[in-house]
Design a protein around this ligand. Structure first.
Ligand code: ATP
Ligand code: MG
Length: 673
């Protein structure tokens, strides 16, 4: 029903026009095409219309017809009469209902139904329309407005069937004894539902969006179920219709399809059994390993922990990547953005971090958003090969999934992480990547007819990511001390970090690791840009050992970069500058790290102490990586005491430092000799 008809009905109500007068007007209007044309034509002046109308209609009906022609179109009179009489009935406490049944009810049954309707609607009397439908098999359905009371045999049988199928799927076999027991219990407890269901109808569908009429009390974010079994989530509530995003194909949904409310907000099943599994955005398994036993059902959208519920970040989450752990340390509960152009090793950093959590009591969740299924499959196989699936959950919405699924998948993944966080566990969650998430949300918003803003993203795109990333935090000891560390990934175009989505996410997170194409292609991998990367809270979480070992690394590298720029055109350099340059190059070389080779804390500390102690100064650049490998092996062999001391004390005193440097000298002697 449009706003214009609404307005027109209000004027009818004010003038207390009767339905019979409207009916008479309708008859006359539909008897003459010419009259209809004159009234609808914009080129006929209002005076002329008024003259024609006064010739044909009685004076009491004349303003009604003129108002109709002015406010709506003349042929909408049928709709107007329908809506107007409904409004009048409501005013006079007359309930309207339709009874769908197999056989016409007798007078006594009708009286019972009327009584029920009056009670339900708190009305004085009821107008009942009886519709016959043999497909119900038995029983009946009462529809009052958009409420439905289903007491038909057909629905009951369908429910029993669903239950049997569901049980059989859970038990992964069909057991006749089981079926008989279900049937027995269903027949014993045979009871029609007494509460009504709110039913709406689809008025339009397309591009994964359906608009629905009739769900007057539906909540924002509520899940609704279409007749064909597809689920949707309400994302837009207007006066006369609601907009709903679909979690499945819309091919079976058409105009008139019925929609049921579930009274539940979107949520996912969660539980310990999810570890090691691959699920879609709705928490359903997609790895073919059967059902997952859920312990709880958690809402997809949850509020972030409040300030008093939080504790500051103080424990490190080691990535195993020297360039990151030494200069941009990440703490448990921190949100560190990984940002860079396409193919610069963003996913690799996240993946290496997951691999490095082995045996560190940290549950990892990898959330793929809008990626190729083949890329995800490759990543999962790497995880499996390294035994990382034992503590990892993959929440996957691939590029072929609908925009709605891509939109909710990071929230679902976070809901699963929150389950573990509230149990006192530490979690690491990787969102790969949030640029595609923003694009999926933009598609949905445009289809829901929200106005586009900068780069055509809707106005609330900042809130889209801030409400997601705020949920990553470290809980206070009273709440178990669990944490979620987030590694969101953002893809930039031609290194442009000042685009809309990158700036948003940079300002939401606690720091960023900026990966650069030039570095990547020059062989400096991981391609971390030391100047533009930062970690704002991780310093507090860095171990003392690492802090002392890394000491001047950032400053040294900054000096090296400046020196490199100044000296690139000059040929004759003094010895000091030459030494400075080769020291810097050596550091850069040591920061290179191949895939899947995480370094432990002790290995990182030993490397850094030797490097900053300028022990690699006389080693040719192309031999540094080899020497580093041999050095670490040597320590493993001969100086396990030093390694253990670093790992247990997590501190570095002058004596330990001297021991490491001395061990290096011994190693060089053995190595050279
Ligand atoms: P996309 O934009 O496609 O998501 P990405 O930025 O996630 O790409 P990756 O897929 O992680 O990049 O890496 C791209 C390629 O670079 C891969 O083939 C990977 O093997 C290689 N690569 C990444 N890091 C390293 C590294 N440290 N050493 C060697 N190769 C690497
Ligand atoms: Mg990637």
């Amino acid at each position: 029903m449009s706003q214009r008809i609404d307005d027109y009905i209000n004027t009818l109500l004010l003038n207390e026009v009767s339905v019979s007068e409207l009916d008479r007007a309708k008859e006359i209007l539909f008897s003459s095409d010419e009259l209809m044309q004159i009234l609808n034509s914009p080129s006929v002046s209002p005076e002329e219309k008024s003259r024609v109308v006064s010739e044909i209609f009685s004076s009491s009906v004349k303003p009604v017809v003129l108002g109709l022609a002015e406010k709506c179109r003349a042929e909408s009179i049928c709709e107007v009469i329908e809506a107007y009489s409904a409004v009048l009935d409501k005013k006079n406490r007359i309930a309207r209902a339709t009874v769908v049944c197999v056989n016409e009810p007798n007078a006594q049954q009708l009286r019972g139904i009327e009584e029920f309707i009056c009670k339900e609607e708190n009305a004085g009397s009821a107008k009942i329309k009886v519709v016959k439908d043999e497909s119900l098999i038995g029983g009946f359905i009462i529809q009052i407005g958009n409420k439905q009371f289903d007491r038909s045999l057909k629905t009951k049988i369908t429910r029993i069937k669903e239950k049997i199928v569901d049980d059989a799927r859970k038990a992964s076999s069909v057991d006749t004894g089981n079926i008989i027991s279900i049937l027995k219990s269903e027949i014993r407890d045979y009871d029609f539902e007494t509460s009504g269901e709110e039913i709406g109808t689809v008025t339009g569908v397309g591009d994964g969006i359906a608009s629905i009429h009739g769900l007057d009390h539906v909540m924002y974010g509520e899940i609704v179920i279409f007749d064909c079994g597809i689920k949707g989530m309400v994302q837009d509530i207007k006066k006369h219709s609601v907009g709903c995003i679909l979690f499945g194909s819309d091919s079976e949904i058409h105009e008139g399809t019925r929609v049921k409310r579930t009274h539940k907000n979107a949520g996912v099943p969660v539980g310990d059994a999810f570890i090691g599994r691959i699920v879609n955005a709705l928490g359903e398994p997609i790895d073919g390993k059967g059902e997952i036993a859920a312990d709880e059902y958690r809402l997809v959208e949850n509020t972030a922990p409040s300030i008093v519920d939080r504790k500051s970040v103080s424990e490190p989450l080691q990535t195993g990547i020297l360039a990151i752990d030494s200069m941009f340390p990440i703490g448990r509960g921190q949100r560190e953005l990984i940002i860079g152009d396409r193919q610069t090793g963003k996913t690799s950093i996240a993946l290496d971090t997951i691999l490095n959590q082995k045996g560190k009591d940290c549950i990892c969740i990898y959330n793929a958003i809008g990626q190729k299924a083949s890329t995800v499959a490759k990543l999962v196989s790497t995880l499996e090969k390294n035994g990382a699936m034992e503590y990892t959950i993959v929440v996957c919405s691939t590029a072929s999934d609908s925009a709605s699924l891509q939109y909710i998948s990071p929230y679902s993944a976070t809901a699963i992480a929150e389950y573990f966080m509230h149990k006192g566990k530490d979690c690491l969650i990787v969102y790969d990547d949030l640029s595609k998430h923003a694009v999926a949300y933009r598609a949905l918003s445009l289809l829901l007819e929200r106005s586009p803003g900068r780069e055509a993203y809707p106005g609330d795109v900042f809130y889209l990511h801030s409400r997601l990333l705020e949920r990553s935090s470290r809980l206070s000891d009273e709440l178990g001390g669990g944490s979620i560390t987030a590694l969101p990934i953002i893809e930039t175009l031609a290194g442009d970090v000042s685009a809309y989505i990158p700036t948003n996410v940079i300002s939401i997170t606690d720091g960023q690791i900026f990966l650069e194409s030039d570095l990547f292609f020059s062989g400096q991998r991981p391609a971390v840009n030391v100047g533009l990367s930062v970690s704002r809270v991780g310093g507090a979480a860095q171990t003392k050992a690492m802090k002392k070992a890394a000491g001047s690394l950032r400053v040294d590298l900054a000096q090296f970069r400046e020196m490199e720029v100044f000296t690139q055109f000059s040929s004759d350099l003094d010895e000091e500058t030459k030494a400075g340059l080769s020291y810097g190059k050596g550091l850069m070389e040591l920061l290179k790290q191949p895939l899947g080779k995480p370094l432990s804390l002790a290995q990182q500390v030993i490397t850094l102490v030797c490097a900053i102690g300028k022990k690699f100064a006389d080693v040719p650049i192309n031999e540094i990586k080899k020497l580093q490998g041999e050095l670490l092996e040597y320590f493993e062999d001969k100086h396990i005491g030093i390694i253990n001391e670093i790992e247990t004390m997590k501190d570095l005193d002058d004596k330990l430092k001297a021991d490491i440097l001395k061990a290096f000298d011994d190693f060089r002697k053995v190595n050279n000799g």
